[in-house]
Ligand binder design. Structure first.
Ligand SMILES: Nc1ncnc2c1ncn2[C@@H]1O[C@H](COP(=O)(O)OP(=O)(O)OP(=O)(O)O)[C@@H](O)[C@H]1O
Ligand SMILES: [Mg+2]
Length: 293
């Protein structure tokens, strides 16, 4: 399988290149290609991680299918690509999907079962996350009494900002915000319950939804290492940050070399690339229950 840092299809221009995905506009559909790009501290690194794009796509397909009765999702096909893209089948295979084009809601639907990341920062400063009061005395990475919906704005560049449910409601309307919240919590609960006996804690995750003909649709990626915090349950130890399942080798390396966390990102050495690749593959193997071929 070829490694792909970015798509270059002669004569075809992507509608957008995100940090990880290249998007092609097919009219009422989109072709979403998950590349092997990796971002750390919000900077895309120049070194691709082999298999990463395929893990993201195959794991998303797995979850979209497992949870399809909770909400309709955007997937149309992950094996057939319409002309003229069929010419690039070898590059697209395994990492791409054709999806229904929706109007994405301008919020990130984050659910947290544990206190970590920006949630921990906010809790430490205010005792709340996204306006939700929480018990006193929680330590970093502690489990919350119950999962909470903690929406964020979708920053065009830079960091997303946590917002209250009321702010989310003022962006998308109260009814839609409530629907997105309820389905996000259901997806999180079901995914966390699935992952737990497999030795993975789903600490938090981010969903995206879009509207199509007034129907709410689950879009983007589903419960991948890029959109979620997966913690190996065997090493869970609240009271500090937990090792990230997938990017820890990269983060450790970047901290060691004292990179200032501003672009450009440095190249990664082969052993960091290989260890990271192995972690992405492991996440897929444990959660999907089979080896990525
Ligand atoms: N079915 C869909 N309809 C419309 N837009 C979609 C759909 N699925 C995904 N998208 C959009 O496609 C983009 C996916 O690209 P990518 O994840 O690389 O970009 P990003 O979100 O800018 O980066 P990051 O995820 O690292 O923050 C997102 O902007 C997402 O909202
Ligand atoms: Mg994204």
């Amino acid at each position: 399988m070829k490694v792909l840092w970015e798509t270059q299809f002669a004569g075809l221009t992507p509608a957008a290149r995100g940090k990880v995905r290249d998007l092609y506009d097919l009219g009422d559909r989109l072709l979403i290609v998950a590349t092997d790009r990796l971002s750390a501290f919000d900077v895309v690194l120049p070194t691709p991680i082999p298999d990463k794009g395929r893990v993201l796509t195959q794991l998303s397909l797995f979850w979209f299918n497992l949870l399809r009765d909770a909400i309709p999702n955007h997937v149309l096909s992950a094996v057939e690509f319409p002309a003229p893209f069929d010419r690039f089948k070898d590059e697209l295979a395994g990492r791409s999907m054709v999806v229904r084009k929706t109007q994405p809601l301008p919020i990130e639907c984050v659910v947290r079962g544990y206190v970590s990341g920006s949630g921990w920062k906010e809790y430490r400063a205010t005792g709340k996350i996204c306006g939700i009061p929480l018990p006193a005395g929680l330590r970093e990475s502690d489990r919350l009494p119950a999962p909470i919906f903690t929406p964020a704005t979708k920053a065009v560049s830079g960091h997303d900002e946590n917002i209250s449910f009321e702010q989310a409601a003022s962006l998308v309307g109260k009814e839609l915000a409530a629907k997105a919240r309820d389905v996000s919590l259901e997806l999180y609960r079901r995914a966390a319950a699935y992952a737990e006996p497999r030795g993975i804690i789903l600490a938090d995750t981010k969903f995206e939804f879009g509207l199509l003909d007034n129907e709410l649709i689950w879009i983007d990626e589903a419960l991948t290492p890029d959109s979620s915090r997966f913690w190996p349950a065997a090493h869970y130890s609240p009271g500090g940050p937990q090792a990230s399942f997938d990017k820890q080798f990269v983060r450790d390396y970047l901290e060691r070399m004292q990179w200032p966390k501003t672009p450009p990102g440095p190249e990664l050495p082969p052993e960091v690339v290989e260890a990271t690749r192995a972690k992405y593959r492991e996440a897929y193997r444990i959660l999907a229950g089979r080896q990525l071929d």
